[in-house]
Design a protein. Structure first.
Length: 146
């Protein structure tokens, strides 16, 4: 009888522990956390390049004119500005969609936000590629004229 009572109490305590742990807010599963980390890494890779964009625009603007090469400088400026604007728009949109606990992986994402995370990964990669390519193209154009 004593062993049965002890077993019932132990089972009851175990049940309470399981319920209490399952009621706590869970952290993001690994897949979501890894996707969030990739997104942040892509942002962190190109964010320092915002100053480079400004410097390149400053070098290219005086070279714009009506000649064919002058028009190439103008196109390069527009590409750089597009990359810059993509960064600013992406950061605002991302910040509007996710709070800091979600970004840091401390909160499980709702189904809608899981879908948004996939969208944001696509957007950040487009933005990253635009910035890298526009800088590369502008630098190559400037190197041709020097």
């Amino acid at each position: 009888m004593k062993n049965n009572l002890f077993s019932i109490k132990a089972l009851f305590v175990l049940l309470i522990l399981l319920v209490s742990f399952s009621c706590k807010e869970e952290k993001q599963p690994n897949e979501e956390k890894l996707r969030m980390e990739k997104i942040l890494a892509a942002h962190d890779e190109v964010m320092p390049k915002m100053g480079t964009i400004g410097k390149l625009i400053g070098k290219l603007e005086p070279m714009v004119d009506t000649t064919a090469i002058g028009k190439q400088y103008e196109v390069a400026i527009l590409d750089l500005k597009e990359g810059y604007n993509l960064m600013m728009d992406w950061m605002k949109g991302f910040g509007d969609r996710f709070d800091s606990d979600e970004i840091m992986g401390n909160k499980t994402l709702a189904d809608e936000k899981k879908a948004w995370l996939i969208e944001e990964e696509e957007k950040v990669n487009i933005m990253r590629n635009k910035i890298i390519n526009s800088i590369k193209n502008a630098e190559e154009l400037l190197n041709k004229t020097n």
